[in-house]
Write a protein that binds this ligand. Structure first.
Ligand SMILES: *[C@@H]1O[C@H](CO)[C@@H](O)[C@H](O)[C@H]1NC(C)=O
Ligand SMILES: *[C@@H]1O[C@H](CO)[C@@H](O)[C@H](O)[C@H]1NC(C)=O
Ligand SMILES: *[C@@H]1O[C@H](CO)[C@@H](O)[C@H](O)[C@H]1NC(C)=O
Ligand SMILES: *[C@@H]1O[C@H](CO)[C@@H](O)[C@H](O)[C@H]1NC(C)=O
Ligand SMILES: *[C@@H]1O[C@H](CO)[C@@H](O)[C@H](O)[C@H]1NC(C)=O
Ligand SMILES: *[C@@H]1O[C@H](CO)[C@@H](O)[C@H](O)[C@H]1NC(C)=O
Length: 541
């Protein structure tokens, strides 16, 4: 990634990052979140109206949960017939950190204990993903009975504890076999294979799974995996980026996203026609949303910001809502942007019962429309903008108004669809402390902003903290952490320990106080508590 320090205002240093891969920047990306920038809030938590709120202020039926995904937590990568996914290959190619999900936090073997912790915490729902290559090791064809058994066990355990299973079908981890055979998402063949895989999941687990999400954040998956090459399957091409062994950054991001949309739509149709009547679940897709802000109020930057929103959000959201790509994209990308036939357009439009939103952070957008004059362009050059992230701190800045604004935008631009916030949370360094007040402040502020949006009419139905556990992160490995629970990777038993944020979330979910004063008091109450004592305290909550 082109990462260069740039003094913008003369007083503070910003960094320019144009989505191209360089190792330094690689480390900045988190799994489900691609380009991440970190800022910490050195100032007080912003004042917002839902500062003091309780769980019962949310509408009846509103779901609070926490999430994880298969490769990030399961481990048992070579056990019981599982085969490799593109993420296995990516992790083993050798990142600076060298971390893999071979063992991860071993949820595969510890799911019973984990579900118990979830129940003690008081979450309504667990968002997990199914490993396609564990269930159907060759990508299509025979189902692995051990894979079937594992997900049945996990789902049954969740149900037995009153926790709703929210299952995701693909999180950067389609089977390597399909990547080798036809290039995974760049081939239209994957639409059929994905739909057949989903059919197995609906048939086998659909009697108990209430919410299905098809593809995770197709927008950043397509950019990271096929333009910059910083995410699996690590495809990109010169002159934009130089370190991929294959790929085409001019065309593949568009092709991959197109096939993700078609696979999603075909899967949603299958669910609706064959399963929904009986199983009564819901099907949706998720989107990664940056809050984008024009770098200046100059007309060019304001227009650039609109283009960035069309490319980053409209790319996926417009086909789902209106049946076609934004006109800016058609104009700038030209024949490299696949077209929907009439039939496909109808299939994609409205192919969801809910939209999952993933949000962590914001970026600044500056006009760079000169790049549109270049003959050879990738996604970033087609967008004609420069994106700036504030890299001045490790943790995310706390800007809850951003999330409220995003929900307002979905209300006004997209007709207020049902929304689940599927990922939102604070990044800290792994293992720094069980006391993570910045995570508590972040969650407190963002959950409050969701309440503000709901009070103003947003159709948001649920909120999931990313993440329940400190697991493997896409680009940081085990270096960064998002979890409510710390997992001691040096302990052969991989013991889980609640952080302050787990206590806070649990208090909130159980209807106890969540005011900022309460957080400070809780922190005091818990400070100095040893890991083990803290764990028993958790158990007794
Ligand atoms: C490509 O990878 C090599 C080895 O990891 C690294 O030294 C080099 O800087 C990378 N080149 C670019 C342009 O990122
Ligand atoms: C960047 O982040 C730092 C630390 O959170 C903050 O103080 C500063 O205002 C931010 N800069 C911009 C331009 O947003
Ligand atoms: C990438 O794809 C475009 C459009 O199909 C084509 O014109 C271009 O030559 C390809 N580039 C490479 C490096 O293969
Ligand atoms: C742009 O204008 C808005 C509204 O007047 C103001 O709040 C904001 O600070 C301005 N942004 C910049 C970068 O000057
Ligand atoms: C609340 O909703 C109204 C109507 O949709 C909108 O005009 C207004 O800007 C929203 N308020 C906030 C604070 O977003
Ligand atoms: C902190 O401890 C005191 C004394 O045990 C207790 O009354 C109070 O409820 C605790 N506060 C929180 C937020 O748990």
């Amino acid at each position: 990634m082109n990462l260069e320090a740039k003094s913008v205002s003369g007083r503070e240093t910003r960094y320019f990052c144009d989505w191209e891969a360089k190792p330094l920047q690689l480390r900045m990306l988190k799994l489900s979140f691609l380009l991440i920038i970190l800022l910490i809030s050195t100032v007080a938590v912003p004042v917002f109206s839902a500062d003091r709120y309780r769980r019962e202020d949310f509408p009846p039926g509103f779901i609070f949960g926490a999430g994880s995904s298969a490769y990030q937590v399961e481990g048992a990568a070579y056990e019981d017939g599982r085969s490799s996914s593109i993420w296995d290959a990516f992790a083993h190619e050798g990142n600076e950190h060298g971390d893999t999900g071979d063992v991860a936090i071993d949820e595969y073997h510890k799911y019973k204990e984990d579900v118990q912790i979830m129940a003690q915490t008081g979450i309504d729902a667990y968002r997990f993903s199914i490993s396609w290559s564990r269930l159907i090791p060759n990508g299509r064809g025979p189902v692995n009975p051990k894979g079937l058994q594992y997900y049945n066990n996990l789902i049954n355990e969740l149900i037995a504890h009153g926790i709703q299973p929210h299952a995701l079908l693909c999180n950067y981890d389609h089977p390597q076999a399909l990547e080798d055979e036809y290039g995974g998402w760049i081939s239209r063949k994957i639409v059929k294979d994905f739909t057949a895989y989903a059919d197995v999941c609906f048939r086998e687990f659909g009697d108990r799974v209430s919410h299905w999400t098809t593809v995770n954040e197709p927008n950043v998956f397509a950019i990271g995996g096929y333009d910059t090459g910083m995410a699996p399957p690590k495809r990109c091409s010169p002159p934009f980026v130089f370190n991929c062994s294959k790929g085409n950054s001019s065309s593949e991001p568009y092709l991959a996203a197109h096939h993700m949309l078609l696979a999603h739509a075909s899967t949603a149709r299958l669910y609706r026609e064959k399963y929904q009547g009986e199983q009564l679940g819901l099907v949706g897709i998720s989107l990664y949303i940056f809050q984008s802000i024009p770098l200046t109020n100059l007309t060019a930057d304001v227009a650039a910001n609109q283009r960035a929103q069309d490319f980053l959000t409209g790319w996926i959201a417009d086909p789902l809502m209106f049946g076609d790509y934004p006109s800016t994209m058609k104009r700038n990308v030209g024949s490299r942007l696949p077209e929907f036939t009439n039939h496909e357009s109808k299939l994609v439009k409205g192919s969801f019962d809910f939209i999952g939103l993933i949000h962590y952070n914001y970026l600044y957008v500056e006009d760079n429309s000169v790049s549109l004059k270049e003959k050879n362009r990738d996604f970033n050059r087609d967008m004609g903008v420069k994106l700036y992230y504030n890299l001045s701190a490790y943790e995310f800045e706390i800007r809850p108004r951003d999330l409220q604004q995003i929900l307002e935008n979905f209300k006004s631009a997209y007709g207020n669809p049902p929304i689940y916030i599927q990922e939102n949370g604070q990044k800290t360094r792994r293992g720094s402390s069980l006391e993570d007040p910045s995570r508590v402040k972040y969650l407190h502020a963002y959950i409050g902003s969701v309440l503000d949006a709901i009070r103003n009419g947003s159709n948001t139905r649920g909120y999931f903290v990313w993440s329940l556990w400190d697991g493997l992160e896409l680009l940081d490995g085990y270096e960064s952490s998002y979890g409510l629970y710390y997992v001691d990777l040096d302990d052969p038993d991989l013991k889980r320990y609640p952080k302050l944020s787990a206590h806070w979330y649990s208090h909130f979910l159980k209807g106890r106080g969540v005011s900022l004063d309460g957080i400070i008091e809780l922190e005091k109450n818990l400070s100095g508590v040893s890991k083990d004592a803290s764990f028993s305290r958790m158990i007794s909550m």
